[in-house]
Design a protein around this ligand. Sequence first.
Ligand code: IPM
Ligand code: MN
Length: 358
Amino acid sequence: MKSYKIAVLPGDGTGPEVVHEGLKVLEAVSRRYGFKTELQHYDLGGERYKKTGEVLPDSVLGELGQFNAIYLGAIGHPDVKPGILEKGLLLKLRFSLEQYINLRPVKLYEGVDCPLKGKGPADIDFVVVRENNEGLYVGEGEFLNKGTQDEVAIQVSRNTRRGVERCLRYAFEYTRKRNKRKTLTLCGKTNVLTYAFDLWERVFHEVGAKDYPDIKRDYAHVDATCMWMVKNPEWFDVIVTDNMFGDIITDLAAMIQGGMGIAAGGNINPKGVSMFEPIGGSAPKYTGKNVINPLAAIMALQMLLDHLGEEKAALEIEDSVRWVTARKLKSLAAGKMGYSTTEVGDLVAQGLDPKERK
Ligand code: IPM
Ligand code: MN
């Protein structure tokens, strides 16, 4: 029997509640498909930091590198200064484990309220491939004359040929495998960021023309991308972009697919250990109330299984989620679903069996 070692980092706030539902679905689907999982929980996050001052000890980082995948709940604690956990834990994991892709599928399921007038599931189905190790996120920069009237703050966007090329190749491969409109859109800002996106654009066309002639190449500035995403989301198939733009456009994209209740993402190292997470935060105000929507965490688990090669199990989870949104939930918003967090997990587990979708 196949067995996967999965590190579970429930994290802060509502993280543990939603991860609990994801693991419930994992348990049910692994029984149906005959694979095993060995789970190891880690208490990383705000509470541990407050108690011990530790964010991500090197020993733990070393251990995390040994798993088949990492399943993450949420990071962020109201009593911890912003930046400490984000940089010390989330970004540190992404960087140290060389998870150079942040993969964010954007799909509107039946029954989910979409804020765009006249748009439905047929119109909203694309994927954002966000570079995850470089750009403005490298933390390079400096203050000059700090605290004076002449202060200057410099923040560098670092884009390496190697980093850009591996991200673009992943995006081309993904577009080919996805096999929908076979269109890859580079989202950039070539009219202003004339170093960074000059490199991106050159490598995009060079690699695309040479190795991916079957994939149509398209380009949109980041501001226009936001506009099209609202006006004509059906134009997109796969979008590839840098770390910062990817961060911003995927929050917009999450809103058109129904919000943080359902949006999930993967931090991917194609040859190493990847990490999957709901893209929303730790939602302190809903913590412990059994009202938060666990579907995003369940979809993160779905992506994790797909990544491990359990494609059928992943498809079944997606079908069950689609049934739950179409036939069961009143809304995706916390407290307004018509079901509790644990009940939504139960429903998805139940609906794995098509005969039980009633
Ligand atoms: C995300 C988050 C993170 C990011 C934060 C928490 C550092 O917003 O995963 O999109 O900016 O990448
Ligand atoms: Mn973000």
